[in-house]
Design a protein around this ligand. Structure first.
Ligand SMILES: C[S@@+](CC[C@H](N)C(=O)[O-])C[C@H]1O[C@@H](n2cnc3c(N)ncnc32)[C@H](O)[C@@H]1O
Length: 235
């Protein structure tokens, strides 16, 4: 694991935290709401389920879980950026009154829970920031009960034609400038397209999930492949 890379990522998210939600909605034209909704629907949770949302940020996935599943689902969110968690706490109270999410500062590589305690693990837009993907996927596998499901959302790139050209122009040229203006962070929104460009193509990432022990691995490109939902199960 590359500790310097992780420290850089944590510091970056701490600094952009106050503008993070606003920029997500703006830069994705609110598609991020639909992407998380699709991820959460894919979990197919039974009442009483326990879900771990790794790299929870400002808790959008956990909030969506409470919206979709009325009854008795416990959500635990972990993130290593303290500022993201600080903003998540009051937001959960505002957005899903009467429901709670246990939020904890933790590194996805070093989870403070007993093994096999969760029915589902989710990670939305966190995996591309992690270099040693198979190791962290193995950590998630260990957290799941047999039959449990892992669902991961990550940004991708449309594979061909006009959508690809238009998207690459927007993502590589316009988005970094808009992000810099609103976040006042010099490089966070230039790092974003770089990190997406380095992320493996969907078949290669699905192979990493299999290498980490997951079965029935599948992926669903959304919005012309701008985002991909990966799902796998622990046998
Ligand atoms: C792009 S944000 C995604 C936040 C949230 N999941 C969402 O859907 O908006 C990525 C988050 O991953 C967190 N993160 C990245 N690597 C991590 C690690 N190794 N352990 C814990 N959190 C991590 C960052 O702090 C950041 O909050």
């Amino acid at each position: 694991m590359n500790r310097r890379e992780l420290d850089f990522v944590r510091d970056m998210f701490d600094r952009i935290a106050p503008h993070y939600d606003f920029l997500n909605r703006l830069l994705s034209l609110r598609q991020d709401v639909y992407w998380r909704r699709t991820l959460v629907a894919e979990l197919d949770l039974a009442p009483g389920s326990r879900v771990l949302d790794a790299a929870c940020g400002t808790a959008d996935v956990g909030i969506e879980i409470h919206r979709q599943y009325d009854l008795g689902v416990d959500v635990v969110g972990i993130d290593f950026a303290a500022e993201m968690l600080r903003l998540a706490k009051p937001k959960v109270g505002r957005r899903v009154p009467g429901r709670s999410i246990l939020l904890a500062a933790a590194d996805a590589f070093d989870l403070p829970f007993r093994p096999a305690g969760f029915d589902a693990v989710t990670m939305a837009f966190g995996i591309r920031n992690i270099q040693d993907k198979v190791t962290v996927l193995r950590c998630f596998w260990e957290q799941l009960k047999p039959g449990g499901r892992l669902a991961i959302l990550e940004l991708g790139t449309p594979s061909r034609g006009l959508p690809r050209c238009a998207y690459l122009f927007y993502f590589n040229r316009l988005l970094p400038s808009i992000g810099r203006i609103f976040s006042r962070h010099q490089f966070a929104y230039s790092y974003l397209p770089d990190s997406v460009a380095r992320f493996p193509a969907p078949p290669a990432f699905a192979a990493m999930m299999r290498a980490a022990g997951f079965r029935r691995v599948r992926y669903l490109p959304m919005t012309k492949g701008i985002t991909v939902l990966f799902v796998g199960e622990k046998a």
